[in-house]
Design a binder for this molecule. Sequence first.
Ligand SMILES: [Zn+2]
Length: 162
Amino acid sequence: MPPQKTAALGDIVEVYCTRCRLNLDANVAAVLNGDILKVHCRTCGNFVPFKPPVDMQKKKDDALKKLLALQEKKRKGAAKVVTAQPDTPVARNRWADLTEAIDSRSARPYDRHRSFKVGDFVLHKGKGIGYVESCDPGGGTMVVLFKDGLEQLTQNEPRQED
Ligand SMILES: [Zn+2]
């Protein structure tokens, strides 16, 4: 009677499949001196080197930690961009003050072909309501204060140029 631990070809064992990246059932595909060398993953059908099942919770936690660290890094990167615009908090207060008094019906939908003047309120599809702070003397662009800050937009663009 063979000892319990000896693996035989075709035995079903739990392994960590390097292809599926999961703990899965696999058939023993190669054995040397009772040690499993290769297994045949029953899920992906690949022959993969035998790896004992791993602690999936720990693996998940590690992956999550990595992800959080990455997000933190990104967040700090974004914060840096904001601090590069020292007027942003001021601009936001100003935006709030300006837009509080009006409702969106008095704003005109933004259209690059339309012309706007200082003091107009524009309604931008992506940015919401904005206040025209200044216009380029040439009339081609204007600077609009949105909730997220100042934005230069095109205006007065000739239609046939599209
Ligand atoms: Zn697999």
